[in-house]
Each structure stands twice: as C-alpha cells, then as structure tokens.
Design a protein around this ligand. Sequence first.
Ligand code: ADP
Ligand code: MG
Length: 505
Amino acid sequence: MSAPAKAKTIKGETGDWEIVIGMEVHAQVLSESKLFSGASTRFGADPNSQVSFVDAGFPGMLPVINEKCVEQAVRTGLGLKAQINMSSIFDRKNYFYPDLPQGYQISQYKNPIVGEGEVLIDLKDGETIPVGIERLHLEQDAGKSLHDQHPDSSYVDLNRSGIALMEIVTKPHMRSSEEAAAFLKKLRAIVRYLGTCDGNMDEGSMRADVNVSVCKIGGYEEFRRTGSFKTLGTRCEIKNVNSMRFIAQAVEYEARRQVDLIEGGGTVVQETRLFDSRAGETRSMRSKEEAHDYRYFPDPDLLPLELDPAWVEAIRASLPELPDEKKARFMALGLSAYDAAVLVSERETADYFEAMLAAGAEAKAAVNWLNNEYFGRLNKAGLAINDGPVSAKANADIVAMVAEGLISGKIAKDVLDIEWETRTGDPRAAIVEARGMKQVTDTGAIDAAIEAVIAANPDKVEEVKAKPKLAGWFVGQVMKQTGGKANPAAVNAALKVRLNLPDEG
Ligand code: ADP
Ligand code: MG
C-alpha cells in the first residue's frame, strides 16, 4: 500500500522542523549518437574526437532531431506513468560558457515532451511512498572544461557537447534524506530496466540537483492540502550530487544549516550550493540575484515536435516488466515487500532469482539463501551478481538439496564455499557425493551418535523428562557428533523415540 510521505523531524531550539525535498535529475539518454547530430556518444574517447560541426557551434549548421532520443524520452515518460505531450517545443536557453560553443543550450522550457507522472519509492521497512513527477524534458549537454592539463591554460573537450539529456523534475514530495536517496535509486532502476539511461553515476550519466527547504511542522501538510508553496520554506538547490550517499549527507547537512540559520535570526536565501563531499558540507555557489536571465525563446531552426499517437502506443506496447510490477509478482510468490524490493532493484538480480526458480528452487528459500549467504559473499568480493562465480543453477541446486533433506543448512554453506572456489556448476554431483558430505540419514549412524550423547550426559537425560524443550539441545549435540552431516529431521524423530518424549502439537 502506498501512503503519503512521513516527515523525519529535526529538533530545533524553537520546536520541531520538517524537511522538504524536490529533485531535478539529469539522465543521459542511451543512444549511439547525439540529440541533434550524428556524432558518437561513446564514453572515454580521445578529447574532441566525437564532435560534429553542429556540436562545435559552427555558424550556419542546422540541428536535426535524433528520433532515437525522442523515443527514449517517451519510453522513460511511459515508465514514469507520466503524461506524454503529443506536441512539445525546443527552446534556446542563452548563456555564455567556454564549453558551450553555440552560446545557448537547446532545451525545452514551457512545453516539455513529458508532463506529470509518479514514482513509487521503496523504503527500508517495506513501505512504499509515491513521489510526484513534475515533468521530463529533453536538452543538450554542454562540453567539458579541463583545468588540469596545462599549467596556465584550460582546455575544452566537446565530446559531451550535444549529447541528449533527460531532465526529470520531481514535485517537492520527499521528506528525509532516506527518501531522497530511495527516489534516485528507484529512478535509476526504472531507466535501467527501460534501457533509456545506463544509470552510471561514476561516469556522470546520472546526476541530481537536490532542492531542500525546512518548515515548521504542519507546513507540508498544508502545502499538500492547498497546493500553495506559501507554507513551505525557501529552498536551496544543491547542484550535481552524484551518489546516493552524498545525497543523503547533503540533505542532512543542508537542513540542519537552514534550521540553525533561521533560529539564529537569519533568513534562508534562495541560492545554488555545492556539496563538498570531503568536508561533508554545502557551500554557496551563486544566489538568486546573480542567477541568469536565460532569455528563452523557441529555437527557430527546429519545428515543434509532433508525435504520432500510433508510434507512442507501439513504444508503450514494447515496455518491459518494470520494477513495481516485478515486485508485485514476487510478492505473490510469498516474498515480503522488503525482499521483493531488494531483488527487483537491479534487473540482473531479479533475473538471477528467476533463473534459480526455473532451476527448481523454492521462492522463499531462494531469497533467504541469497540474502543470508550469497549476496554477502558477493559484496565482500566486490562483485556484481553477473560476475559472481556461482551460477543461478548451482545456487538453486544447493537450496533444493537442503529442501530435500539431502544436506543440512550448515553443510550447504560449505558447499557454497567450495563451489565459489571450484566453479563446477554442478554442486549436487561434484561436491556432495565426492566429499562424502551426503547427509546421514542412515539410522545406524544416528543411533550411535545419540547413544554417545546420552552416555555422556545422564543429568540432561533426567532433565529432559520434565522439560521436553531440552530435546533441542540433544539435537544440537547429535548434529555436532556427526559433524553436521546428520539429517535434523531424522535425528529429531530418533531422539523422540529414544528419550520417550511426547509429540508436541
Ligand atoms: P525553478 O523553475 O526555479 O527551477 P521549480 O519550481 O521548477 O523551480 O522547482 C525546481 C525543483 O525544486 C523541483 O524539483 C521542485 O520540486 C523543488 N522545490 C520547489 N519548491 C521547493 C521547496 N520549497 N522545498 C523543496 N523543494 C522545492
Ligand atoms: Mg529548474
């Protein structure tokens, strides 16, 4: 079930405050070529090796819209459950910057290609919260200034110039650093499922501007009720934060700063700030007064973008199963909301889990096994799921062998360790049989172990008659005797008979 966002309050000297957050995310469109030119978008190429005359702002060059980029924006809009605007307009946003040779960025201002939508974010306790999407528009990226290549000159690399970006703007619907980080995580998952952005934050494919304000308790509720921003505080925008962890840190720092400022008699001025990840603080970059007047106007070289409804419907029909739908399907298999959310957060992880099911593992047992054993080992080794040494089929076999009573949970961990090293792909045949780890169901061996435990602990034998719960202790001792190889169910049954214990209900 979805519920409205819950406030995480900040204690101040004059009372409690709440945080309000809205984000503007720049996501680089996955496309071979740029938004208005045929130059390549490949990451990591030699500087200025992927620059057309359009990207370099040569006079008289005309932009030509790349259909693939439009399709990716529409696909993303559909994935955000958003309104697709059948007519949108490209504007010129005018400003000077050394890495912007045209002297303007082509963007969408009043008429974006995608309107209002919604993203459900998944919180740690399994709860989901809707975050409103205001809009998504297409725009060009700028080039990159390089200040560290020469002692007294700066260089400009235009490879990035003209690459298509989607700017995704949320409503101010997030209310804690956790929610802000969870939003970006979910958005990243959605675009990766859709194949519209690779979500690679290290390479700058996804970066977020985080708007933060604080208000006294009740201000947000009033905003949601009336739609008026008047009861919200003045916001500051923290530019270009490029990791989930930094987003959380920046929000915490900025909210505290604003509360201290207001309570100290100051006022928050609307400004752009930078997050210094090393110092863990935000710093003023420019205030609203210095803000640019961009003199937006429709780009005369580009016609309004008119979409064909049939084309949009074809894109809708080609959408993959998205994280929320996958999560619902996994929950129907008996998984908790939390477990399902973890599995679907990366498409590869969900696929791996499904491959385990296809190989015969039971859903709940499979997710427990992954959570308790395999994910931890992958994390420790710094490996992504598809780079791990144990196949889905091999993990499914181990889980199935435990379910069949063929090996104990303890042996299963050893089997996993061995499979991790040997990568046989077939732990059932290769390991369990070969190393004699097959679980002992042979009642002779179990009986011998039981007799040994009884002989060594006459006092406990007396005790268990009055306290049948103590049977668990005996099971543990017998398991120890057999080196963990005994079948716990068989041990239980044999002990019950031998110690003459009642059947519990
Ligand atoms: P601008 O046009 O100046 O960029 P927008 O109205 O587009 O301003 O808002 C930009 C971002 O700031 C959006 O993500 C929005 O949700 C967020 N935002 C607006 N007001 C607030 C506020 N009071 N507190 C936090 N975030 C806000
Ligand atoms: Mg804005």
